[in-house]
Design a protein around this ligand. Structure first.
Ligand code: FES
Ligand code: FES
Length: 165
């Protein structure tokens, strides 16, 4: 079947089996390998993408569910050469070790900050509770999310989450 959707701001059409998983479409068909597959069963959050502005698990989504949606992957967050403030905060505040969980964590964070510009530490922990990290112990990730929230507030940046405009 043909599926029409917007991917990282670009009109996109793919011709795939309706039950092909979105994580496979992204990684294998479209070569957007920033989205990771960990568990493949909705447990780890590594495959998180934004669909109409909300964090979704691409390992649990099928091609047909993309129709008419606005999808943002981690590749679509930067503006030119400038990383998204969430990406910048993760890099600068030690929230990335092996990096496998990072794209999913970043997408969950962008989703959170689009709904809640000043989350508490416990709200941050709750928002990333579906994203597993085996390296960092989470402390530095929560620190980075706080820094990103402050940076975005100070700079008056709008959260680029694909759910706007
Ligand atoms: S790969 Fe999708 S939740 Fe783990
Ligand atoms: S940085 Fe390695 S899993 Fe999170």
């Amino acid at each position: 079947m043909k599926v029409f959707f917007i991917l990282n701001g670009l009109q996109t059409v793919i011709d795939v089996d309706p039950d092909r998983r979105v994580v496979d479409i992204l990684r294998e068909d479209l070569r957007l390998t920033g989205t990771k597959e960990g568990c493949g069963s909705g447990e780890c959050g590594a495959c998180s993408i934004l669909v109409d502005g909300e964090s979704r698990l691409s390992c649990l989504m099928l091609a047909a569910q993309l129709e008419g949606k606005k999808v943002i992957t981690v590749e679509g967050l930067a503006s030119g050469k400038n990383m998204h403030p969430v990406q910048e905060a993760f890099v600068e505040h030690g929230a990335v070790q092996c990096g496998f969980c990072t794209p999913g964590m970043v997408m969950a964070t962008v989703d959170l900050l689009s709904r809640n510009a000043e989350p508490t530490r416990s709200e941050i922990r709750e928002a990333i509770s579906g994203n597993l990290c085996r390296c960092t112990g989470y402390q530095k990730i929560v620190d980075a999310v706080e820094v990103a929230a402050k940076a975005m507030k100070n700079e008056g940046l709008r959260v680029k989450n694909g759910g706007e405009g």
